[in-house]
Design a protein around this ligand. Sequence first.
Ligand SMILES: [Mg+2]
Length: 260
Amino acid sequence: MYYEMIGFHGEHQSEHTVDGVPEPKLDRSTLFLDFDGTLVELADRPDAIEVDAGMGDLLRALSAKTDGRVVIITGRAIEDVQQYLQGFDGPIIGGHGAQERQAGEIRNHELADPATVGHLGTMTAAFAATHEGLICEQKPTGVVLHFRQNEDLASQAYAFLRALSETHDGFDLHHSKMAYELRPAGIGKDVSMRRMMESGAFAGTMPIFFGDDVTDEPALHWVAEQGGIAVKVGEGETAAGCRLKNPEAARRTLRRWAEA
Ligand SMILES: [Mg+2]
């Protein structure tokens, strides 16, 4: 009944489930993993996260089980996130799909015009510098304004980025956890995921995605629709068929899969 409800392809599944998440056949799956709030707990600042010491080993073990089909898919810039992923040399999708790392090489999406991105970053950094509690995160493909340290500034942060998005064609305003973000229109984790799943070693495998944020919902929805395993980490409404309580539970489930 459960499988029917969320449309699993029986051939990829075993009957055994753990923590409400079915146990996949990893040799026939592609495992997409969000980073912040999914593999690691959120912190006050993006650079204040604490990464589990065994993270590199875990990702390497999962990569071995999937023939290299573990993909980190994050809003962070690849240049930023890869410092936390020592020992993992697999594919990374960064900037919500605006960047890709394949075989160690980073490519930025053509929609992220460097001059415009630089200009947006400079303006936003100047705004954050005059509003204590706002943190500007400049990325190679966009910019984020974090208000986690002072939630009272949320509406000012929103108004500022909204004005910028209205005067810069091709950049959309997005809302994520305690932050607003400008990124190129037409990109998204779901867009990148679909494209990757049609290519080479990925085609014909079952997609699995662990994500925690509202920005992960289109991709969670797509994975569920494909008959894959969509796992929401944490609270909140979701299109995913499975839920794990927090990043610790997500890591525990992944460790069990790696060791199975
Ligand atoms: Mg996240």
